[in-house]
Design a protein around this ligand. Sequence first.
Ligand code: ADP
Length: 462
Amino acid sequence: MALDPPAPFELSTAMLQGVEIVGVPIPQDAVLVAGIVTLVALVVLSAFFSSSEIAMFSLPAHRTEALVEDAVPGAKTLKQLKSDPHRLLVTILVGNNLVNIAMSSIATGLLAMYVDSQGLAVAIATFGVTAIVLLFGESAPKSYAVENTESWALRISKPLKAAEKVLLPLILLFDYLTRVVNKITGGRSAIETSYVTREEIQDIIETGEREGVLDEDEREMLQRTLRFNDTIAKEVMTPRLDMTAVAKDASAEEALETCIQSGHARIPVYEGSLDNVIGVIHIRDLVRDLNYGEALARDMELEDLIEPTLHVPESKNVDDLLTEMRAERLHMVIVIDEFGTTEGLVTMEDLTEEIVGEILEGEEEEPIEYVDDDTVTVKGEVNIEEVNEALDLDLPEGEEFETIAGFIFNRAGRLVEEGETITYDGVEIRVEQVENTRIMKARVVRLETDETEPVDAEEASD
Ligand code: ADP
Protein backbone atom coordinates (compact mmCIF):
# COMPACT_ATOMS: atom_id res chain seq x y z
CA MET A 1 0.00 0.00 0.00
CA ALA A 2 1.42 3.35 -0.99
CA LEU A 3 1.51 5.91 1.78
CA ASP A 4 1.62 9.62 1.13
CA PRO A 5 4.38 10.90 3.40
CA PRO A 6 3.39 14.19 5.06
CA ALA A 7 4.97 17.15 3.28
CA PRO A 8 7.85 18.86 5.21
CA PHE A 9 5.94 22.10 5.19
CA GLU A 10 2.83 20.54 6.70
CA LEU A 11 4.95 18.91 9.38
CA SER A 12 6.52 22.13 10.53
CA THR A 13 3.15 23.87 10.64
CA ALA A 14 1.78 21.04 12.71
CA MET A 15 4.77 21.33 15.02
CA LEU A 16 4.15 24.99 15.55
CA GLN A 17 0.53 24.29 16.34
CA GLY A 18 1.37 21.95 19.22
CA VAL A 19 -1.29 20.72 21.65
CA GLU A 20 -3.08 22.23 24.58
CA ILE A 21 -2.90 20.55 27.94
CA VAL A 22 -5.27 22.03 30.58
CA GLY A 23 -5.33 25.23 28.64
CA VAL A 24 -1.53 25.51 28.38
CA PRO A 25 -0.24 25.31 24.80
CA ILE A 26 2.66 22.86 24.47
CA PRO A 27 4.80 22.88 21.33
CA GLN A 28 4.39 19.74 19.28
CA ASP A 29 8.06 18.76 19.33
CA ALA A 30 7.99 18.87 23.13
CA VAL A 31 4.99 16.55 23.02
CA LEU A 32 6.88 14.25 20.67
CA VAL A 33 9.95 14.12 22.92
CA ALA A 34 7.85 13.56 26.04
CA GLY A 35 5.85 10.88 24.21
CA ILE A 36 8.94 9.00 23.09
CA VAL A 37 10.52 9.21 26.54
CA THR A 38 7.29 7.87 28.05
CA LEU A 39 7.14 5.08 25.46
CA VAL A 40 10.70 4.03 26.26
CA ALA A 41 9.91 4.09 29.97
CA LEU A 42 6.82 1.98 29.34
CA VAL A 43 8.79 -0.58 27.32
CA VAL A 44 11.19 -0.84 30.26
CA LEU A 45 8.26 -1.34 32.63
CA SER A 46 6.73 -3.92 30.31
CA ALA A 47 10.04 -5.79 30.28
CA PHE A 48 10.16 -5.56 34.06
CA PHE A 49 6.69 -7.08 34.53
CA SER A 50 7.15 -9.82 31.92
CA SER A 51 10.49 -10.92 33.31
CA SER A 52 9.03 -10.81 36.84
CA GLU A 53 6.37 -13.30 35.82
CA ILE A 54 8.92 -15.85 34.67
CA ALA A 55 11.40 -15.25 37.48
CA MET A 56 8.84 -15.31 40.28
CA PHE A 57 6.91 -18.33 39.10
CA SER A 58 9.77 -20.52 38.01
CA LEU A 59 11.77 -20.07 41.18
CA PRO A 60 11.04 -23.19 43.23
CA ALA A 61 9.72 -22.75 46.77
CA HIS A 62 12.64 -24.64 48.31
CA ARG A 63 15.09 -22.18 46.75
CA THR A 64 13.16 -19.27 48.23
CA GLU A 65 13.40 -20.91 51.66
CA ALA A 66 17.12 -21.48 51.22
CA LEU A 67 17.67 -17.85 50.21
CA VAL A 68 15.78 -16.63 53.27
CA GLU A 69 17.83 -18.93 55.48
CA ASP A 70 21.04 -17.56 53.98
CA ALA A 71 19.74 -14.01 54.65
CA VAL A 72 20.28 -13.01 51.01
CA PRO A 73 19.12 -9.38 50.41
CA GLY A 74 15.66 -9.30 48.86
CA ALA A 75 14.86 -12.88 49.87
CA LYS A 76 12.34 -11.93 52.54
CA THR A 77 10.36 -9.73 50.17
CA LEU A 78 10.56 -12.50 47.61
CA LYS A 79 9.11 -15.02 50.04
CA GLN A 80 6.40 -12.59 51.07
CA LEU A 81 5.40 -12.01 47.44
CA LYS A 82 5.40 -15.71 46.65
CA SER A 83 3.29 -16.53 49.70
CA ASP A 84 0.20 -15.29 47.83
CA PRO A 85 0.68 -16.44 44.23
CA HIS A 86 -2.73 -15.23 43.11
CA ARG A 87 -2.09 -11.70 44.33
CA LEU A 88 1.37 -11.80 42.80
CA LEU A 89 0.02 -12.85 39.43
CA VAL A 90 -2.66 -10.17 39.52
CA THR A 91 -0.04 -7.53 40.37
CA ILE A 92 2.14 -8.56 37.45
CA LEU A 93 -0.77 -8.84 35.03
CA VAL A 94 -2.31 -5.52 36.04
CA GLY A 95 1.07 -3.81 35.73
CA ASN A 96 1.92 -5.43 32.43
CA ASN A 97 -1.43 -4.81 30.78
CA LEU A 98 -1.55 -1.26 32.04
CA VAL A 99 1.81 -0.35 30.52
CA ASN A 100 1.17 -2.21 27.27
CA ILE A 101 -2.17 -0.57 26.71
CA ALA A 102 -0.83 2.84 27.73
CA MET A 103 1.96 2.35 25.22
CA SER A 104 -0.44 1.66 22.42
CA SER A 105 -2.68 4.64 23.31
CA ILE A 106 0.25 7.03 23.52
CA ALA A 107 1.73 5.76 20.26
CA THR A 108 -1.63 6.21 18.53
CA GLY A 109 -1.96 9.72 19.94
CA LEU A 110 1.53 10.68 18.79
CA LEU A 111 1.04 9.28 15.33
CA ALA A 112 -2.30 10.99 14.97
CA MET A 113 -0.41 14.30 15.14
CA TYR A 114 1.56 13.43 12.02
CA VAL A 115 -0.63 11.09 10.03
CA ASP A 116 -3.84 12.51 8.65
CA SER A 117 -5.81 9.31 8.52
CA GLN A 118 -6.89 8.15 12.00
CA GLY A 119 -7.25 4.57 10.78
CA LEU A 120 -3.70 4.57 9.52
CA ALA A 121 -2.42 5.97 12.82
CA VAL A 122 -4.19 3.18 14.70
CA ALA A 123 -2.86 0.54 12.31
CA ILE A 124 0.75 1.74 12.51
CA ALA A 125 0.57 2.12 16.29
CA THR A 126 -0.96 -1.35 16.72
CA PHE A 127 1.61 -3.02 14.55
CA GLY A 128 4.57 -0.98 15.85
CA VAL A 129 3.67 -1.37 19.53
CA THR A 130 3.01 -5.09 19.09
CA ALA A 131 6.43 -5.55 17.52
CA ILE A 132 8.20 -3.49 20.18
CA VAL A 133 6.34 -5.15 23.06
CA LEU A 134 6.96 -8.59 21.63
CA LEU A 135 10.67 -8.06 21.14
CA PHE A 136 11.69 -5.81 24.00
CA GLY A 137 8.82 -6.11 26.44
CA GLU A 138 8.31 -9.88 26.30
CA SER A 139 10.76 -12.08 24.45
CA ALA A 140 14.12 -10.60 25.45
CA PRO A 141 13.27 -10.01 29.15
CA LYS A 142 11.64 -13.42 29.50
CA SER A 143 14.63 -15.18 27.99
CA TYR A 144 16.85 -13.27 30.37
CA ALA A 145 14.67 -14.25 33.35
CA VAL A 146 14.76 -17.92 32.34
CA GLU A 147 18.54 -17.86 32.37
CA ASN A 148 18.89 -15.82 35.56
CA THR A 149 15.80 -16.84 37.50
CA GLU A 150 17.22 -16.59 40.97
CA SER A 151 19.29 -13.42 40.74
CA TRP A 152 16.57 -11.65 38.77
CA ALA A 153 13.82 -12.69 41.17
CA LEU A 154 15.88 -11.29 44.04
CA ARG A 155 16.59 -8.07 42.20
CA ILE A 156 13.00 -7.35 41.18
CA SER A 157 11.28 -8.39 44.40
CA LYS A 158 11.53 -4.94 46.02
CA PRO A 159 10.46 -2.95 42.93
CA LEU A 160 7.62 -5.42 42.47
CA LYS A 161 6.50 -4.86 46.05
CA ALA A 162 6.61 -1.09 45.35
CA ALA A 163 4.51 -1.63 42.20
CA GLU A 164 2.02 -3.55 44.29
CA LYS A 165 1.71 -0.57 46.64
CA VAL A 166 1.30 1.94 43.82
CA LEU A 167 -1.28 -0.14 42.00
CA LEU A 168 -3.00 -1.35 45.17
CA PRO A 169 -6.57 -0.15 44.44
CA LEU A 170 -6.50 -1.74 40.97
CA ILE A 171 -4.88 -4.90 42.28
CA LEU A 172 -7.46 -5.28 45.04
CA LEU A 173 -10.26 -4.84 42.52
CA PHE A 174 -8.82 -7.35 40.04
CA ASP A 175 -7.78 -9.75 42.76
CA TYR A 176 -11.45 -9.88 43.76
CA LEU A 177 -12.81 -9.95 40.20
CA THR A 178 -10.46 -12.71 39.02
CA ARG A 179 -11.39 -14.85 42.01
CA VAL A 180 -15.08 -14.38 41.20
CA VAL A 181 -14.51 -15.21 37.53
CA ASN A 182 -12.40 -18.25 38.43
CA LYS A 183 -15.19 -19.47 40.68
CA ILE A 184 -17.78 -19.07 37.93
CA THR A 185 -15.63 -20.72 35.27
CA GLY A 186 -15.12 -23.55 37.70
CA GLY A 187 -12.18 -24.25 39.85
CA ARG A 188 -9.03 -22.56 40.92
CA SER A 189 -6.59 -20.78 38.74
CA ALA A 190 -3.68 -22.95 37.70
CA ILE A 191 -1.37 -20.63 39.53
CA GLU A 192 -2.80 -21.65 42.89
CA THR A 193 -2.44 -25.34 42.32
CA SER A 194 0.68 -27.16 43.37
CA TYR A 195 3.62 -26.41 41.10
CA VAL A 196 5.04 -29.87 41.14
CA THR A 197 3.45 -33.24 41.44
CA ARG A 198 5.09 -36.51 42.41
CA GLU A 199 4.73 -37.66 38.81
CA GLU A 200 6.60 -34.60 37.61
CA ILE A 201 9.39 -35.25 40.09
CA GLN A 202 9.55 -38.83 38.84
CA ASP A 203 9.77 -37.61 35.27
CA ILE A 204 12.50 -35.16 36.18
CA ILE A 205 14.49 -37.95 37.83
CA GLU A 206 14.22 -40.11 34.71
CA THR A 207 15.11 -37.19 32.46
CA GLY A 208 18.00 -36.45 34.83
CA GLU A 209 19.46 -39.88 34.20
CA ARG A 210 18.88 -39.68 30.46
CA GLU A 211 20.65 -36.33 30.35
CA GLY A 212 23.52 -37.62 32.44
CA VAL A 213 22.83 -35.32 35.41
CA LEU A 214 22.14 -38.31 37.65
CA ASP A 215 23.79 -41.67 37.47
CA GLU A 216 21.81 -44.90 37.59
CA ASP A 217 22.37 -45.49 41.32
CA GLU A 218 21.21 -42.02 42.20
CA ARG A 219 18.14 -42.37 40.02
CA GLU A 220 17.25 -45.69 41.63
CA MET A 221 17.72 -44.36 45.14
CA LEU A 222 15.58 -41.31 44.44
CA GLN A 223 12.86 -43.45 42.92
CA ARG A 224 12.92 -45.81 45.89
CA THR A 225 12.64 -42.82 48.22
CA LEU A 226 9.54 -41.65 46.39
CA ARG A 227 8.06 -45.14 46.57
CA PHE A 228 8.84 -45.40 50.28
CA ASN A 229 5.56 -43.89 51.47
CA ASP A 230 3.53 -46.43 49.47
CA THR A 231 5.24 -49.34 51.15
CA ILE A 232 3.79 -51.15 54.14
CA ALA A 233 5.44 -53.13 56.93
CA LYS A 234 4.27 -56.46 55.51
CA GLU A 235 6.26 -55.84 52.34
CA VAL A 236 9.57 -55.34 54.10
CA MET A 237 9.32 -57.67 57.10
CA THR A 238 11.22 -60.87 57.68
CA PRO A 239 8.36 -63.39 57.90
CA ARG A 240 7.53 -65.35 61.01
CA LEU A 241 8.97 -68.56 59.53
CA ASP A 242 12.41 -66.95 59.32
CA MET A 243 12.27 -65.32 62.73
CA THR A 244 14.79 -66.47 65.26
CA ALA A 245 13.43 -65.87 68.74
CA VAL A 246 14.01 -67.16 72.23
CA ALA A 247 11.65 -68.01 75.07
CA LYS A 248 11.72 -65.80 78.14
CA ASP A 249 12.70 -68.67 80.40
CA ALA A 250 15.71 -69.70 78.32
CA SER A 251 19.08 -69.13 79.96
CA ALA A 252 21.40 -66.34 78.90
CA GLU A 253 23.79 -68.90 77.48
CA GLU A 254 21.04 -70.48 75.37
CA ALA A 255 20.05 -67.07 74.13
CA LEU A 256 23.64 -66.27 73.19
CA GLU A 257 23.93 -69.60 71.42
CA THR A 258 20.74 -68.83 69.46
CA CYS A 259 22.08 -65.43 68.43
CA ILE A 260 25.38 -66.87 67.28
CA GLN A 261 23.79 -69.71 65.36
CA SER A 262 21.29 -67.51 63.59
CA GLY A 263 23.85 -64.84 62.88
CA HIS A 264 21.55 -62.12 64.19
CA ALA A 265 22.57 -59.57 66.77
CA ARG A 266 19.07 -59.02 68.14
CA ILE A 267 16.43 -61.60 68.82
CA PRO A 268 12.87 -61.26 70.05
CA VAL A 269 11.99 -62.77 73.41
CA TYR A 270 8.56 -64.35 73.82
CA GLU A 271 6.51 -65.66 76.68
CA GLY A 272 4.52 -68.79 75.95
CA SER A 273 4.44 -68.57 72.15
CA LEU A 274 5.83 -66.41 69.36
CA ASP A 275 2.50 -64.57 69.35
CA ASN A 276 3.43 -63.03 72.65
CA VAL A 277 6.72 -61.22 72.09
CA ILE A 278 7.67 -59.24 75.18
CA GLY A 279 10.84 -57.56 73.98
CA VAL A 280 14.19 -57.94 72.31
CA ILE A 281 17.64 -58.91 73.55
CA HIS A 282 20.93 -57.81 72.03
CA ILE A 283 23.95 -60.08 71.77
CA ARG A 284 26.09 -57.25 73.13
CA ASP A 285 24.26 -57.31 76.48
CA LEU A 286 24.42 -61.09 76.66
CA VAL A 287 28.16 -61.18 76.02
CA ARG A 288 28.82 -58.33 78.42
CA ASP A 289 26.84 -59.80 81.28
CA LEU A 290 28.03 -63.35 80.72
CA ASN A 291 31.69 -62.42 80.51
CA TYR A 292 32.05 -59.26 82.47
CA GLY A 293 28.94 -59.17 84.70
CA GLU A 294 29.03 -59.61 88.43
CA ALA A 295 26.28 -62.27 88.60
CA LEU A 296 27.14 -65.87 87.84
CA ALA A 297 25.97 -67.05 84.47
CA ARG A 298 23.44 -69.44 85.92
CA ASP A 299 21.89 -66.73 88.10
CA MET A 300 21.43 -64.37 85.23
CA GLU A 301 17.88 -63.60 84.27
CA LEU A 302 17.20 -63.04 80.59
CA GLU A 303 14.38 -60.76 81.62
CA ASP A 304 16.82 -58.18 82.97
CA LEU A 305 18.34 -57.72 79.55
CA ILE A 306 15.14 -57.38 77.60
CA GLU A 307 14.66 -54.09 75.78
CA PRO A 308 11.17 -52.99 74.89
CA THR A 309 9.86 -53.29 71.35
CA LEU A 310 6.79 -52.21 69.44
CA HIS A 311 4.00 -54.23 67.86
CA VAL A 312 2.86 -52.71 64.61
CA PRO A 313 0.10 -53.73 62.21
CA GLU A 314 1.20 -55.23 58.90
CA SER A 315 -0.51 -52.39 57.05
CA LYS A 316 1.59 -49.68 58.69
CA ASN A 317 3.34 -47.36 56.26
CA VAL A 318 7.07 -47.77 56.45
CA ASP A 319 7.75 -44.04 56.41
CA ASP A 320 5.67 -43.61 59.58
CA LEU A 321 7.32 -46.68 61.01
CA LEU A 322 10.79 -45.29 60.36
CA THR A 323 9.88 -42.01 62.06
CA GLU A 324 8.47 -43.89 65.03
CA MET A 325 11.44 -46.24 65.34
CA ARG A 326 13.84 -43.31 65.22
CA ALA A 327 11.85 -41.39 67.83
CA GLU A 328 11.63 -44.40 70.16
CA ARG A 329 15.19 -45.47 69.37
CA LEU A 330 14.09 -48.96 68.41
CA HIS A 331 16.00 -51.14 65.98
CA MET A 332 13.54 -54.01 65.82
CA VAL A 333 9.75 -54.10 65.86
CA ILE A 334 7.28 -56.95 65.65
CA VAL A 335 4.65 -57.04 62.92
CA ILE A 336 1.24 -58.42 63.86
CA ASP A 337 -1.88 -59.15 61.82
CA GLU A 338 -5.41 -58.04 62.59
CA PHE A 339 -5.83 -60.86 65.11
CA GLY A 340 -2.70 -59.89 67.01
CA THR A 341 -0.79 -62.89 65.68
CA THR A 342 2.92 -62.35 65.08
CA GLU A 343 3.54 -62.08 61.34
CA GLY A 344 7.20 -61.16 61.26
CA LEU A 345 9.75 -58.57 62.30
CA VAL A 346 11.18 -55.41 60.83
CA THR A 347 14.61 -53.99 61.64
CA MET A 348 16.15 -50.66 60.76
CA GLU A 349 18.06 -52.45 58.04
CA ASP A 350 14.87 -53.62 56.35
CA LEU A 351 13.73 -50.01 56.15
CA THR A 352 17.07 -48.65 55.02
CA GLU A 353 17.20 -51.27 52.25
CA GLU A 354 13.97 -49.87 50.83
CA ILE A 355 15.84 -46.67 50.07
CA VAL A 356 19.43 -47.66 49.43
CA GLY A 357 18.73 -51.06 47.90
CA GLU A 358 19.58 -54.56 49.05
CA ILE A 359 22.35 -54.76 51.68
CA LEU A 360 23.72 -58.27 51.46
CA GLU A 361 25.82 -59.83 54.19
CA GLY A 362 28.33 -62.66 54.00
CA GLU A 363 27.05 -65.56 51.95
CA GLU A 364 23.61 -64.04 51.43
CA GLU A 365 22.34 -64.58 47.90
CA GLU A 366 21.03 -61.82 45.65
CA PRO A 367 17.23 -61.89 45.87
CA ILE A 368 16.96 -61.51 42.09
CA GLU A 369 19.56 -62.96 39.75
CA TYR A 370 19.55 -62.50 36.00
CA VAL A 371 20.00 -65.64 33.91
CA ASP A 372 19.56 -63.72 30.69
CA ASP A 373 17.70 -60.62 29.56
CA ASP A 374 14.33 -62.39 29.80
CA THR A 375 14.94 -64.73 32.72
CA VAL A 376 15.55 -64.25 36.42
CA THR A 377 15.69 -66.55 39.41
CA VAL A 378 14.08 -65.00 42.44
CA LYS A 379 13.73 -65.89 46.07
CA GLY A 380 10.15 -66.73 47.00
CA GLU A 381 9.99 -63.80 49.41
CA VAL A 382 10.73 -61.19 46.74
CA ASN A 383 7.94 -58.70 46.19
CA ILE A 384 6.04 -58.92 42.91
CA GLU A 385 6.74 -55.25 42.28
CA GLU A 386 10.48 -55.95 42.20
CA VAL A 387 10.04 -58.87 39.79
CA ASN A 388 7.91 -56.65 37.57
CA GLU A 389 10.61 -54.03 37.59
CA ALA A 390 13.40 -56.50 36.88
CA LEU A 391 11.78 -57.90 33.73
CA ASP A 392 9.42 -55.06 32.89
CA LEU A 393 6.37 -57.24 33.54
CA ASP A 394 2.89 -56.56 34.76
CA LEU A 395 2.18 -59.33 37.26
CA PRO A 396 -0.68 -58.25 39.53
CA GLU A 397 -0.36 -57.72 43.24
CA GLY A 398 -3.26 -59.07 45.25
CA GLU A 399 -4.81 -58.09 48.54
CA GLU A 400 -3.62 -61.30 50.14
CA PHE A 401 -0.18 -61.65 48.63
CA GLU A 402 2.80 -59.43 48.09
CA THR A 403 5.51 -61.90 47.13
CA ILE A 404 6.20 -64.06 44.12
CA ALA A 405 5.61 -67.15 46.30
CA GLY A 406 2.22 -65.70 47.25
CA PHE A 407 1.43 -65.13 43.58
CA ILE A 408 2.30 -68.74 42.69
CA PHE A 409 0.12 -70.12 45.50
CA ASN A 410 -2.69 -67.83 44.49
CA ARG A 411 -2.57 -68.96 40.85
CA ALA A 412 -2.19 -72.64 41.73
CA GLY A 413 -4.85 -72.57 44.42
CA ARG A 414 -2.97 -75.28 46.36
CA LEU A 415 0.48 -76.22 47.58
CA VAL A 416 3.00 -76.63 44.78
CA GLU A 417 5.95 -78.91 44.21
CA GLU A 418 9.36 -78.39 42.73
CA GLY A 419 9.36 -78.35 38.95
CA GLU A 420 5.78 -77.16 38.55
CA THR A 421 5.23 -74.38 36.05
CA ILE A 422 2.53 -71.79 35.74
CA THR A 423 2.04 -69.38 32.90
CA TYR A 424 0.34 -66.06 33.22
CA ASP A 425 -0.01 -63.36 30.59
CA GLY A 426 3.19 -64.06 28.67
CA VAL A 427 5.19 -64.98 31.78
CA GLU A 428 6.31 -68.46 32.76
CA ILE A 429 7.09 -69.16 36.38
CA ARG A 430 8.79 -72.41 37.32
CA VAL A 431 9.06 -73.46 40.95
CA GLU A 432 12.73 -74.27 41.46
CA GLN A 433 13.03 -75.00 45.15
CA VAL A 434 10.48 -75.87 47.84
CA GLU A 435 11.26 -76.48 51.50
CA ASN A 436 8.47 -78.19 53.38
CA THR A 437 5.55 -76.28 51.91
CA ARG A 438 7.41 -73.07 51.25
CA ILE A 439 8.50 -71.84 47.85
CA MET A 440 12.12 -70.78 48.26
CA LYS A 441 13.08 -70.06 44.67
CA ALA A 442 11.38 -69.61 41.34
CA ARG A 443 12.53 -68.92 37.81
CA VAL A 444 10.59 -66.24 35.98
CA VAL A 445 10.77 -66.12 32.20
CA ARG A 446 9.35 -63.42 29.98
CA LEU A 447 8.02 -65.33 27.00
CA GLU A 448 8.40 -64.05 23.47
CA THR A 449 5.60 -61.67 22.68
CA ASP A 450 3.50 -62.19 19.58
CA GLU A 451 4.67 -58.93 18.09
CA THR A 452 5.74 -59.31 14.47
CA GLU A 453 9.27 -60.55 14.43
CA PRO A 454 11.59 -59.28 11.73
CA VAL A 455 10.85 -61.55 8.78
CA ASP A 456 13.64 -63.91 7.92
CA ALA A 457 15.12 -63.03 4.55
CA GLU A 458 15.01 -66.62 3.29
CA GLU A 459 11.43 -67.18 4.38
CA ALA A 460 10.42 -63.94 2.77
CA SER A 461 11.91 -64.97 -0.56
CA ASP A 462 9.99 -68.28 -0.55
P1 ADP B 1 21.53 -58.54 61.94
O1 ADP B 1 22.74 -57.88 61.37
O2 ADP B 1 21.58 -58.77 63.39
O3 ADP B 1 21.05 -59.73 61.20
P2 ADP B 1 19.98 -56.39 60.79
O4 ADP B 1 19.14 -55.40 61.51
O5 ADP B 1 21.17 -55.92 60.08
O6 ADP B 1 20.35 -57.49 61.87
O7 ADP B 1 19.01 -57.19 59.80
C1 ADP B 1 19.45 -57.95 58.72
C2 ADP B 1 18.30 -58.80 58.23
O8 ADP B 1 18.08 -59.87 59.15
C3 ADP B 1 16.97 -58.04 58.15
O9 ADP B 1 16.27 -58.47 57.02
C4 ADP B 1 16.23 -58.46 59.42
O10 ADP B 1 14.83 -58.50 59.23
C5 ADP B 1 16.77 -59.85 59.67
N1 ADP B 1 16.81 -60.16 61.10
C6 ADP B 1 17.40 -59.48 62.07
N2 ADP B 1 17.24 -60.09 63.26
C7 ADP B 1 16.51 -61.20 63.03
C8 ADP B 1 16.00 -62.28 63.84
N3 ADP B 1 16.22 -62.33 65.14
N4 ADP B 1 15.30 -63.24 63.21
C9 ADP B 1 15.10 -63.22 61.90
N5 ADP B 1 15.53 -62.26 61.08
C10 ADP B 1 16.24 -61.26 61.64
